[in-house]
Every structure is written in structure tokens, then in C-alpha cells.
Design a protein around this ligand. Sequence first.
Ligand code: GLN
Ligand code: ZN
Length: 763
Amino acid sequence: MATAHILGFPRIGADRELKKALEAYWQGKLGPADLEGVGRDLRRRHWELQRAAGLDLVAAGDFSFYDHVLDTSFMLGAIPQRFGRADGRPDLATYFAMARGSSESPALEMTKWFDTNYHYIVPELEPGMRFALSSMRLLDETCEALAAGYAPKPVLVGPLTFLALSKERQTDGQPGSRLAYLERILPVYVEVLERLRDMGVRWVQCDEPVLATDLAPEWLTAYRTCYEALAAPGMSLLVATYFGSVADRAELLASLPVAGVHLDLVRAPEQLPAFLDVWPRERVLSLGVVDGRNVWRTDLGRRLDVLETAARRHPQLWVAPSCSLLHCPVDLARETNLDPEIRTWLAFSVQKLDEVVSLARGVVHGRAAVAASLAASDAACDTRRRSQRVHTPRVAQRLADVREADVRRSSPFAQRRPRQRERVPLPLFPTTTIGSFPQTPAIREARAAFRRGKIDAAAYERAMRAEIEHAVREQERLELDVLVHGEAERNDMVEYFGEQLSGFALTNHGWVQSYGSRCVKPPIIYGDVERPHPMTVGWITYAQSLTDRPLKGMLTGPVTILQWSFVRDDQPRAETAMQIALAIRDEVADLERAGIRIIQIDEPAFREGLPLRRSAWPAYIDWATRAFRLASSVVQDATQIHTHMCYAEFNDIFDVLALLDADVMTIESSRSGMELLQAFARHGYPNDIGPGVYDIHSPRIPTSDEMYELLRKAASFLRPDQLWVNPDCGLKTRRWEEVIPALRNMVDAARRMRDAVAAAAPR
Ligand code: GLN
Ligand code: ZN
């Protein structure tokens, strides 16, 4: 036997039903019972897909109304006091308050799930918390599956992964250890397992992806305690690891009283031999051989090679995708507009179910039993390998011709800076914004009308030019120093470029959950990347033609385009990044040639690209910084390069930021109160910095006083002549009514800083 299973299915629905229902519910247009009904329908549909495909088990508990880590907090009763309810069980309102905040309490933090673009809600632990089974959702959904005749395998976030992802809020200011909570949450896990056992469930999946990261020894030791406790109810536990190798933990895992382990053989095929050596024969070895994070059709023949080798040494194999399919779009069948050849190369979640089943059948009954699937897979993989759409020899040649000088500016920053200031004179504390201005309903409607053919290209262009002119005039009125065109014409900072670069395909329904109801539609990079024509030059030069003030051209950087796309799996990520970098480089050169004196290359995804294990960091940092420099270094000394990163956690990567050698780097920092600049100062960050002084994530309009205070603090850490004044990030999610007064206050704060510096200067 080889059990075919999945670690989880996307929950949003092929039509983003969950998104629509959630948003209607939040607006008060849908009642709680109807919302629950939508959830039930989705679960039912997804289980039916799994059964129809021939999976032996269906995943239960992978559904969530917001996030599965939040569900776990909720189940364990890890509900911070500020959300506490005097009257019994926490309800849906409490749940969404934790996710999104309420008028009384700020939301829990949200951060990226390992190295994916999915965000989870960070559990908050408080010393006084009383952990107890507080939500029956997992149990109810398992019952639901059983009642409907499915064989459910409930999925839990494992206790140690849960703790590792959480943060502790100390009331007494003492540093505490999250591990100390283990013995307090374990009884709840045990109770859940007992109840599942009593329902007749046999297998439970405990997700422990944190095992694929660097862990301190005490965490590894805790695995023993933890899983010994979880063994008591007598359930068969499948410890699921993914996103990296756990080869160095094979012995540890084998020593735990668990019935199975799942390995991600897509990310880390090299870990299989270690497990074939130590994994006990009577225990299940679940092999993740179908990519759960990408959209490519599986090369079934090659995967069968792996499975057959494993099967010769291990009798208890299961077959699965590498990780939950949460990170994959739902159904390829809906992509009727995709190029037909490219379409044959792809598999979304629904298609991956069939692949898993074919592989499981193939390894048990032999290749002849799945001959048709194998032949189709072979044919598709073969055309993909040889297709001229994929391979453009001139791109490879261009990359091979890249010289060291191409990835370095001609002069060091100290020499570039005076040339830039001569070309674009600026006051001390120059003011600017991060790029986008409000994406108003009018803009979205114009774009939708253009898409649907209701207005023609000329009318769309007129509408966007009017928006650009509006943004420029407003910025002039505000007397900002460096203007932007406002990005009205961009639906999304990656998709916009994906639509214009060759080697990219766009889907109509390829949505993936990013957080809560928010979904993204990543482009698919299938081939060598080139820029057939300028992508932004027309809009930017139009904007510059409207004003005498300097206008900053706005581009998305190669690492971010790579990170936020589905990428090729037939060449290293580094190579794709360098190809994108060359395309962006062409755009940078054209912008400079068109007279644009300041160019910003956004890299908000730079940090999230860091590998899970530190040992892999240097290689990533090397190619990622090279890609950025390849894109940016084409310009003359006098052209100023900006970059932007929107997060405040730089602790690990200060040295890397200097390697990018951008003339100006704008960052998020308003919420952290500038503390992080101290570290910039300590590391001697040499170039200019624009620490965000305006928190754009909130509709609140910051006062001139508070931004002035932030600037004063910034100036106490860094040289005044190093500082720029700007918001934390782009303004596209805000309304003009908020943006105008906030920027007016920001410009005022910058003026006050200039006055203060002038007053303090010796005469
Ligand atoms: N230039 C982009 C904007 O302003 C940057 C967005 C981002 O950093 N995520 O919208
Ligand atoms: Zn940003």
C-alpha cells in the first residue's frame, strides 16, 4: 500500500468564495450563519475533490476563516487578555478582533509563514494565560467529514512550531522563554487527540515545519518531551516537516514515539537517504514529491524513480505534495485564456491531487498501471524542456557577458553624492514619497473598463494621464522636494511588470491567499526574461514634463519580482533573478536617457527571500545583491538610485544593505519609533536613509509634532545630511483626504528640522 494524501488544500475557493463571504460579513452584509455555510460548502467541495481524485485520506482542519495559526491560538485558549470575554466561550467576533483589531484592541501581529508569501497571525503568550480547549472547530470539522463519509486526517500546528512562531508578552518585563509554555499547552493538545481518537480517527498530522530551520539545542530536546506526551492518547501521529531539509534531525525524529514523518523532497531531495538509513521499517515515511509551492506539472517519471528507490528500502511509503497546497492556485481548468502550450506545463491544486494519486498507484502497481498519466506527463515535460518559448539563447549569452564592472557603480557613494546634488539641488531633509498615490475607485473602474473593452487604449491612457497630472499638481502644492508619478497605471507592483516582460504568463484566476481575505495572483515565469519595450518611460517622462521639480522614476526590483512570482524550476532562482535584473537594467538605462535624474528600485521582498537556514544565507545574499546591483549600476554617477524596503527588521542584514549601494534607502520605521536607526548608526551605514515618519498602514493622520519628534530622534542617531523625510511605504491604500493633510504635516516637520539645524549651526 502507498497512501495518497495531502497536507492541506487551499481554502479560498476557486472563485475566491471565502474572500467574498468574509468581506461581506465584515461589512455586515452577511450573517454569521451564512458565513459558516460558505465555510461548510467549501470544505465539502474540497473533500469531494480529494476523494474523487482517489486520495486515501482527506485533510481536515486545514480550512480556516482567517489563518490556521490563529485557529490554533484560539483552540488552545491563547487569547490575550485584551480580547478576553467574561461570558464563556470566545466567539467569531473575538476571533476576527484578534486577526484584524477592534476599536478597543489592536490586532495581533502578522508575519510571513516561513519563506512563503502567506502571513500568519503571531500568537501572543501572556504569563497569566489559562490554556484550555477553547474552540471546537477542529473537532467539529472532523465530525463533519466523518459524517459525510470521508476518511479525515486532522491537521494540527504542532506544539513546538506553535511556540516557536509565537511571541511572549511579559507583564513584569522579565525575559521569559516560550518553551516554558510547553507543559501548559500540552494538556490541551492531549485532550484534542483523545477526543479525535474517541471519534474513530486514526491518523493526525502534526505540522512541525520549524524543524527545517535553525533551532537552539533546548528546542530540539523539547521535541522528546513534547511527543512523548502526545503519544499518550494512542493516536498515530504523522509529524509533517516542509520547506527544507531535516536530515540533521533524522535521528531525533526516529527516536520520537510517532507513527510517521513527512519530508519535503521538492525543496530538499537530498534528505531522503538519511531517512532511508534510520527510519524504522514499520513506520510511515511520507514523501512530498509534488511541488506544493509552485505551479509546474510534475515530471511523474522522475518522481517515480525516487519513489521506487525508496520503496525498495522502505515498505511503508505515503505519497503527498511537498507541503500544504495553500500556496498554490486552486484549479487550472479555469485558465481558459492561457497560452495552450504553456497550459500543458502547469498543474494547480486540483491537478496535483491527480498527480499524487498517479504516483501512489504507480509505485504500488507498477508504471503500466498509470501508463496514460505517465505518457501525458512525459510529453508535457518534454515539450517544456525543448520549447523555444522557454529558451532564448541571446538571454543566456547576455548573462554570460556580464562583467564585474556591470554590477558596480563607477564611483563610490562619496563621489557620487556631490555630483547628484549638483545635478538636483536639494535642501537638508529632502521630502519625498515611496511611489504610489491613492488607487481610487475611479482608477480601478477605468482599468476594469479597459480590460473589458468598454473603453479603448487611448481613453485609458487619457484617464491615467489625468491621474498622474493630479498627483503631480498635489505634490507641487505640498511643496514636496522629489515628486513621483503616483503609479495610477499599475494594478500591482509585480504584475504590472510581469505583463510586459517576455517569459512571464499571467493567469485570470490563479489566486493564492496572502492573509485573511487578501489574495494575490503571482505571475508565472516560464521562460528566459527579456524586456521587449520600455515599460514605464512613457508615464514617467509625461509626469516629469509637467513639473520643474525632480521626478523619481519608479521600478520594482529583480528580487521582489522573483519572490512574488511563480518561478521556473528548471534553472536556479539566481539565474532567473539575474535575467530579470538585466530587463530592469534596460529600463533604468532608458529612464536615464529620457532625462530622469532619480530612479527608485523597490525591493520590499528582499528580506523574505533569506533562506530558512543561516548556512544558506551567504549564497542568497551574494546573488540577490548582485541582481540588485546589476539592475541599478548602469547609471552615471549623477543619477541617483533609491531603493525601498517596507519592514523594520534589519537586525540580521545591515551589512547586506550597504552592499546594495543604493544612494538613498527608504525604510519602514515610524512604528518602531526610530530605534532601529541606532543600529544603522552602529553599523556605520554610509549612504542616505529615509526612515518612514508616517505610518501609512493606519488611516490616522500624523501631526507635524509627532513626525518632527521622530525626525529629531533620527537625527540624533544619524548625520542630518544623511536623512530624507518620507512615509513608511506607498500610499495606494489610503484616501486623498488622509494623504494630503498627512503629507502637509510631514513637509512642515521637515521644515522645522531645517530651521532647527540652521539655528544650531555656528555662525
Ligand atoms: N513603490 C511602491 C508603492 O509605493 C512600493 C510598495 C511596497 O513597498 N510594497 O506602492
Ligand atoms: Zn513599502
